[in-house]
Design a protein around this ligand. Structure first.
Ligand SMILES: [Zn+2]
Length: 385
């Protein structure tokens, strides 16, 4: 692209600034040195990461996007919002089969399935699916909150019996934390959800283990920090990199539109601070959510950013910028399994920092459609090797 030389200029600035900010504690896993001819100067070896919130879709899209996740992540919590949602254990088992069948030869990846909570979900069915190891968690979508959420929950009281049972058996609830009341401003929906739904729910069923997913506000971060137990949060790649201005920079930018929508800069900074803090209640859930370009670039475009292809590069950029590369491993590889009570991965991956931006493909192909890869418009010099 024509922007190459410009990117390189940005890169040398961005990269040298990152180096200055490196925390001294990082020396243990971090190697620096000039490797002439290889174009790499820094190297970071970490436990293989997991993704605690992922949309894989189905069919040709599944086949196209899954290899990008399986290349870098050992496990992922798979979202159940297919066009026909994954509601029962049978649905989850069948979807898991389709995911396994779509894996590239030799890939080592474990999908952790979730069940889509509806107002007619039965406590016994959920408990059996958890017991059999078919489902790892249950997903609560307020009806109408995001892509394929029409069968979600309208009245939380109608699912109390299921949630009480989950609390008894220790099954986690993943929550899309936004109210859908059209009278509430879209930028306030997370904060209002905490007040109207999440806090009353946690007060009523304190033993329920909840992951507040893709937190986008300082309100959400503060709420998790104040909690005593049974509450964690996932943070996405894109919400750490863009604020709401990015949606309108130079014109409307459909590939930055996601739900929850990106918020003001003060919120993005709060998310970053939480991500790099080393607080184990905050871990990675990319919410990588592919849509064909024609569904994004249209009069009523779909919400979601496809970040699976360059998620770790983006995160290394963010953590380096924050002077916290030594905390990247906790965020992407340790805190998630610890919270879910699963073993940490034994394999490792290595990231190297190139002296030029890595040339990520701007789009991938899925069944004849094109899907745009998230472009944070900063030089991404880190790459998984
Ligand atoms: Zn999602």
């Amino acid at each position: 692209m024509a922007a190459t030389s410009l990117s390189e200029t940005f890169c040398s600035e961005g990269c040298s600034q990152g180096r200055r900010l490196l925390a001294p504690a990082f020396q243990a896993t971090y190697e620096s040195g000039s490797k002439a001819g290889l174009g790499l100067t820094e190297r970071l070896k970490i436990t293989k990461p997991d993704d605690w919130h992922l949309h894989l879709r189905d069919g040709a899209m599944l086949e196209a996007v899954l290899p990008h996740t399986a290349k870098h992540f050992a496990r992922a919590i798979i979202m159940p919002n297919l066009v026909r949602p994954v509601v029962t254990a049978t649905d989850a088992a069948a979807y898991r089969e389709r995911i396994m069948a779509a894996l590239p030869e030799g890939a080592d990846f474990t999908p952790l399935m979730t069940l889509y909570l509806t107002e007619s979900t039965q406590p016994d069915d959920i408990a059996a699916a958890f017991d059999d190891g078919v489902a790892t968690a249950v997903k609560l979508y307020p009806a109408g909150a995001t892509t394929n959420s029409a069968s979600g929950v309208r009245d939380i009281a109608k699912v109390y019996a299921v949630l009480e049972r989950m609390a008894e058996i220790g099954m986690p609830l993943c929550v899309h934390g936004e109210v859908t009341d059209s009278a509430v401003d879209i930028f306030d929906r997370e904060a209002v959800f905490i007040e109207r739904v999440l806090h009353p729910l946690r007060t009523r069923i304190p033993e329920l283990r909840i992951v507040m997913e893709h937190v986008t506000t300082k309100d959400g971060i503060d709420y998790v920090r104040q909690s005593q137990k049974n509450l964690a949060a996932t943070l996405t790649v894109h919400h750490l990199m863009i604020n709401r201005n990015a949606l309108f920079r130079g014109g409307i930018r459909p590939h930055y539109f996601c739900l929850p929508i990106a918020k003001r800069e003060v919120h993005r900074l709060a998310l970053r601070e939480a991500a790099v803090s080393g607080d184990a209640r905050f871990f990675l859930g990319t919410d990588s959510a592919p849509h064909p370009d024609h569904d994004k670039e249209t009069a009523c475009g779909c919400a979601g950013c496809f970040t699976a292809a360059n998620a770790l590069s983006c995160l290394a950029y963010v953590f380096e910028e924050e002077g916290a590369l030594d905390r990247l491993e906790g965020f992407v590889s340790h805190f998630g399994p610890d919270w879910y009570g699963l073993p940490r991965n034994e394999e490792a991956i290595t990231l190297v920092k190139r002296d030029k931006p890595v040339g990520y493909v701007p789009k991938i192909e899925a069944g004849g459609e094109r899907v745009t890869v998230f472009d944070p418009e900063v030089p991404l010099c880190w790459e998984v090797v």
